[in-house]
Design a binder for this molecule. Structure first.
Ligand code: PLP
Length: 422
């Protein structure tokens, strides 16, 4: 292999890449665009475009209501079973429904209701804000004194592992964290945190949104109680695609869904007036699924399963190592900080670079350099590696264009004021 900060290294990396052909399975309209936002919205798989046309024209257009018997009614469970393979769960432990926030709400309330004598909920300040909002909302309506402890990260990058383990005690009902944090990309040791919390009888709920499809997750081996996650990031399910939820099998009949709708009713089509939860996981469904966006998830999951999570992780690790070496040699002198863990074992699949001009640099990259990262307050340029379609040369080119934006001061043409969605 050539030296690790050269273009030749990237070219050799692409030549030897066993996943290289997966890129052709995605719609790529502009070959010059360096897309580094697959951690926020994954690319469109070609098969998804075909599937959606067929779904709309044939299943909806021709079959009409018959589509429900033709497979729509089972989609939540059937695609859930495929996602289960990606996260190391059994087929009957994962369902697709609603958004991540809504699923989180359902499982948080269920976990707090089953532990009426405990009053502490523990999370960290690296968690996705929506997760904290959901916790606050759930606490307001439960009508008993509950206490939320948001453990701060010492450096804003690494999870506060020691402080967390000190905070968890026999009053703790629930520990909930992002497996990979959305800004710094810190990857928690799921096994260690889960074991520690369960030792004192607390439940553990993992938000896998930034982990699923990017790092190997083994819910079975770690014995995690509950999990939720997103399908439009590394699973490539499409904008607003429904999320998934996981409930370990032995919990399923003990927990109650607070949004107890007819899709989770034991005898759905009896239309009786009193709710009786379905046995097993189906009780965590609420209303009619979004069939169009639900079906769109499947082809992306099939691609991940075909590639294999171990290969995906290996490529992601190698690409991030390359990126970090380039940062050290070429970007550090230009004022970029590493806002992600330096330890590869503690990183997900995106890297945040901090810069005082981060927002303006992001704008210049998008509008002049055909590079699409995203920006997260206060100074983070997030560079997402999605190994199914990110090439080594993309990493090289992105860094070269970043260098140009800063050394040529192109960012000075952009206002400091931020716009709403990045
Ligand atoms: C992206 C993301 C979500 C998304 O939540 P939605 O309700 O689907 O909008 C939730 N949690 C985390 C950690 C995320 O990264």
């Amino acid at each position: 292999m050539p030296q690790i900060t050269t273009l030749a290294y990237a070219e050799e990396g692409d030549r030897q890449d066993s996943l290289a052909s997966f890129r052709e399975q995605f719609v790529i309209t502009d070959p010059d665009l360096i897309y580094l936002d697959g951690n926020s919205l994954g690319r469109l798989p070609r098969a998804t475009a075909v599937r959606l046309v067929d779904l709309v024209q044939t299943e909806w257009g021709r079959d009409l209501i018959g589509g429900w018997n033709g497979g729509w009614i089972d989609l939540s469970a059937r695609i859930g079973a495929k996602i289960a393979q990606v996260v190391g769960a059994d087929a009957d432990e994962v369902l697709v429904a609603d958004s991540t926030s809504v699923n989180l709400f359902k499982l948080v309330v269920a976990a707090l209701m089953v532990q009426p004598k405990r009053h502490k909920i523990i999370t960290d300040n690296l968690n996705f804000p929506s997760d904290l909002y959901v916790l606050q909302g759930a606490m307001r309506l439960l009508g008993r004194p509950l206490q939320l402890e948001v453990i701060p990260s010492a450096d804003g990058v690494h999870g506060p592992v020691d402080a967390l383990s000190q905070a968890v005690d026999d009053q703790t009902a629930l520990v909930t964290l992002s497996h990979v944090t959305f800004k710094s990309g810190y990857l928690y040791d799921m096994q260690a945190v889960t074991t520690q919390a369960q030792r004192v009888g607390a439940l553990v709920l993992w938000d896998l949104s930034h982990a699923v499809g990017a790092v190997p997750v083994d819910l079975r081996a770690t014995n995690a109680d509950l999990a939720v996650g997103c399908t439009y990031k590394y699973l490539n399910g499409g904008p607003g695609a429904p999320a998934f939820l996981y409930v370990r099998r032995d919990w399923q009949d003990k927990l109650s869904n607070p949004v107890s709708g007819w899709m989770g009713q034991a005898h759905m089509f009896n239309f009786t007036l009193d709710y009786e939860p379905a046995p097993g996981l189906r009780r965590f469904l609420s209303g009619t699924p979004s069939v169009l966006s639900l079906a769109a998830i499947e082809p992306g999951v099939d691609l991940l399963l075909a590639a294999g999570l171990e290969s995906i992780r290996a490529k992601s690790s190698q690409q991030m190592e390359y990126l970090i070496n380039l940062w050290q040699e070429q970007l550090l002198p230009l004022g970029f900080r590493l806002n992600s863990p330096i330890d590869p074992a503690r990183r997900g699949s995106h890297i945040s670079l901090g810069h005082n001009e981060g927002w303006r640099i992001t704008q210049a990259l998008i509008h002049e350099m055909n590079v699409l990262p995203d920006f997260r307050q206060p100074d983070n340029l997030r560079l997402g590696i999605a190994p199914l379609y990110t090439r080594f040369v993309d990493v090289w080119t992105a860094v070269a264009r970043l260098r140009a934006v800063v050394s040529e001061k192109r960012y000075e043409n952009y206002p400091q004021q931020m716009t709403a969605v990045t």
